[in-house]
Design a protein around this ligand. Structure first.
Ligand SMILES: Nc1ncnc2c1ncn2[C@@H]1O[C@H](COP(=O)(O)OP(=O)(O)OP(=O)(O)O)[C@@H](O)[C@H]1O
Ligand SMILES: O=C(O)C1=C[C@@H](O)[C@@H](O)[C@H](O)C1
Ligand SMILES: [Mg+2]
Length: 197
């Protein structure tokens, strides 16, 4: 069985593509929301290119995001992030997973609004924490109490993520299930905003 048949109901892929109508799909949300994991599955299911802004930044800078933060600081990272997002969106359509802070910058939000559909993968604190606690790759979580830091970021960022065109719950279920929820949300698009909360 190939990936295109793996979307469950026949026709879901076509309907999702119709909802997306040739635009970029930009996944936003906090660290651990599944932007990268779900983004890859969605790209595979829709047979569209997949691009991860964090990965593109690392390639452009020839260093890891942790090293970028340590050597040049967050402002330099954010400037590079905006340049990378602008380029990726211009090269689309693609499924684009963004870094957790990308959508917080109004310049990035404007770029995203102009060239694609934004989708917030929303998860609760315990789900996010479960997913990120074992990895040391996220510089913003290198604090005394990383779970509290994650909570503070949620409080600050969730009102901004809520500005995304579509919201899909990144539930504590199989990734394939969340991927199908994404396709269903795309398929349900009729030019207006969709909330799946
Ligand atoms: N629905 C899910 N069920 C189980 N595990 C998941 C699910 N979604 C994501 N994960 C796992 O959670 C971890 C974090 O996910 P991922 O790296 O995709 O998050 P992200 O939103 O891209 O985070 P970041 O902003 O740090 O890049 C990964 O190990 C991923 O496999
Ligand atoms: O939430 C954030 O601000 C970040 C999330 C990661 O994806 C990386 O983009 C970086 O570690 C910053
Ligand atoms: Mg990611």
């Amino acid at each position: 069985m190939n990936a295109k048949q793996d979307t469950g109901k026949p026709g879901l892929r076509q309907k999702a593509l119709a909802g997306l109508s040739g635009r970029n799909l930009i996944l936003v949300g906090l660290m651990g929301a599944g932007k990268s994991a779900i983004g890859k599955l969605v790209a595979n299911a829709l047979d569209l290119p997949y691009v991860d802004t964090d990965q593109e930044i690392e390639t452009a800078a020839r260093m890891t995001i942790s090293d970028l933060f340590a050597q040049y600081g967050e402002p330099e990272f954010r400037a590079l992030e905006t340049r990378v997002i602008e380029r990726i969106l211009a090269e689309g359509p693609a499924i684009v997973s963004t870094g957790g802070g990308a959508f917080v910058n109004p310049v990035n939000r404007e770029l995203i609004a102009r060239s694609g559909l934004s989708m917030w993968l929303k998860a609760d604190l315990d789900t996010l924490w479960d997913r990120v606690r074992r990895r040391q790759t996220r510089p913003l979580l290198k604090t005394e109490n990383p779970k509290q830091t994650l909570k503070d970021l949620m409080d600050k960022r969730y009102p901004v993520y809520a500005e995304a065109d579509v919201t899909v719950l990144s539930r504590n279920v199989r990734k394939e299930t969340v991927m199908r929820d994404v396709l269903k949300a795309l398929a349900a698009l009729d030019g207006g905003k969709t909330r799946e909360e």
